[in-house]
Design a protein around this ligand. Structure first.
Ligand SMILES: [Ca+2]
Ligand SMILES: [Ca+2]
Length: 439
């Protein structure tokens, strides 16, 4: 893949940007949350303290002001964090707050808006609750969908090896303290799942091609005409690159990017038969499941399976990330512009890379995010039932688990058994796929 890094706005440039795009710099390693606000409001409410970015302030002060309602609720809801290690401008250990919030979203109507950073260059509204992991489609884009679904009737042949799990009780949630508080990885709670069988790998390009060949299914990325591609992975003509996603300049909307063209129109899946299918939305994954007479795992089933029988462990293989070598495909180097790929891969890896966990599952963490059946709610663990939880009855986004090749220890530490994220069910991106379970 060729790099278009030279065309990507470097973070120092973004730091100097004007208008609704605001970056807040906070020089405490203790920060565990982020909030976003229009620059006008930020200037008015918060005390600018530094020369870097739009404002520097102690996290406690920011939290206090949020608690007193001095910032719109939207700001709290959009909270996200980017740790920047050894950033050329900001410096090691600094926490950068990035925001791209339209002031029109600060009013009462904001609460009803979906989490959906806009992938259009002209966009001026965004709410990127999980967009460090994967940007979402803009709400108005959903009106353009015209997906064609034929033959999705349970007649398909699913060829992925299965692990038959006995089920049982386990402790679900983060017991290590590594969790991202806004993600709702706690409280740790006991959950019981029934026996189930699950794919030992995520669904590959070869598997997904078999489905599409049999049904003529058109994915949402193809219907919308574009999908989200990490900037270093773009392989597209210049006029197909829609520009950086709002607030997350390392994600580009790319016309022509879809599961057959993971980097854009100039890429293909030739030679990638055994790589995970990506640019597959939650709706697309469910369509595959319908065809194959399968279903997506519940979030509880996914975590039970990923733990591989190791109670409370941070990773599927235990506690140490390097044990003694790389066992997961994530991002090494300086995110987002320099990936040293020490683990062997800069984007997707073949699904049977590294070693399987104790249940025989490969790469539950890292490589690609995996869609789960549940709606996402950060507070769900507070009321989750003991037996076979299936998630909230409604929501705006669907759970994704396991992190991806873009996870970096310094800013998006979600390549853990308990880590949670989500995206809207029509969103697709180059770092998300799925695995299925038996009905
Ligand atoms: Ca990697
Ligand atoms: Ca994975």
């Amino acid at each position: 893949m060729h790099s278009i890094a030279s065309t990507v706005p470097a973070l120092p440039h973004v730091l100097a940007s004007e208008g609704p795009s605001t970056i807040f710099v906070q020089r405490s390693a203790m920060a565990s949350t982020v909030f976003a606000a229009p620059s006008r409001l930020m200037t008015k409410v918060l005390r600018p303290q530094g020369a870097r970015g739009a404002g520097c302030f102690p996290l406690d002060e920011a939290r206090g002001r949020l608690g007193k309602g001095q910032l719109p609720s939207l700001c709290a809801r959009t909270a996200r964090l980017w740790h920047v290690s050894a950033h050329p401008t900001v410096g090691a250990g600094t926490v950068v707050f990035m925001s791209h919030v339209d002031e029109r979203l600060s009013g009462p109507a904001a609460a009803s808006r979906s989490n959906a950073p806009d992938l259009r260059r002209s966009a001026d509204e965004a709410d990127h609750a999980h967009s460090c992991c994967a940007p979402s489609r803009a709400p108005d884009m959903r009106m353009t969908r015209s997906a064609t679904v034929r033959g999705v009737d349970g007649s398909g042949t699913h060829c992925i090896e299965q692990a038959a799990l006995q089920g049982g009780r386990f402790l679900m949630g983060d017991s290590t303290g590594d969790g991202n508080r806004p993600d709702g990885e706690t409280p740790v709670h006991q959950v019981e799942v029934a026996p189930f069988s699950i794919d030992v790998t995520s669904v590959t390009n070869a598997d997904f091609a078999r489905f599409v060949d049999a049904t003529g299914y058109v994915t949402e990325a193809e219907s919308f005409g574009f999908s989200a591609v990490f900037h270093l992975a773009v392989e597209a003509l210049r006029d197909e690159i829609m520009g950086p996603a709002t607030g997350v300049p390392w994600w580009y909307g790319v016309r022509g990017a879809d599961w057959r063209h993971p980097g854009g129109s100039e890429s293909s899946v030739d030679g990638l038969d055994d790589h995970p299918a990506v640019h597959v939305s939650w709706n697309d994954a469910v369509a595959y499941c319908d065809w194959a007479a399968r279903r997506l795992p519940t979030e509880a089933e996914w975590e039970f399976a990923s733990r591989g029988g190791l109670d409370g462990a941070r990773y599927p293989w235990g506690e140490d990330l390097m044990a003694p070598h790389w066992r997961v495909n994530i991002f090494q180097g300086e995110f987002p512009n320099r990936n040293t790929s020490e683990d062997g891969w800069s984007t997707t890896a073949p699904v049977r890379s590294y070693e399987p966990n104790g249940y025989g599952l490969w790469q539950t963490v890292g490589n690609v995010w995996e869609w789960c059946a549940d709606w996402f709610d950060a507070s769900y663990y507070l009321r989750s039932p003991l037996t076979s939880p299936t998630g909230p009855s409604e929501g705006a986004s669907r759970v994704m688990r396991g992190g991806s090749y873009l996870c970096h220890s310094s800013y998006c530490n979600r390549y853990r058994n308990s880590a949670r994220s989500s995206n809207t069910p029509d969103s697709s991106m180059g770092n998300a796929g799925f695995r299925t379970v038996g009905i």
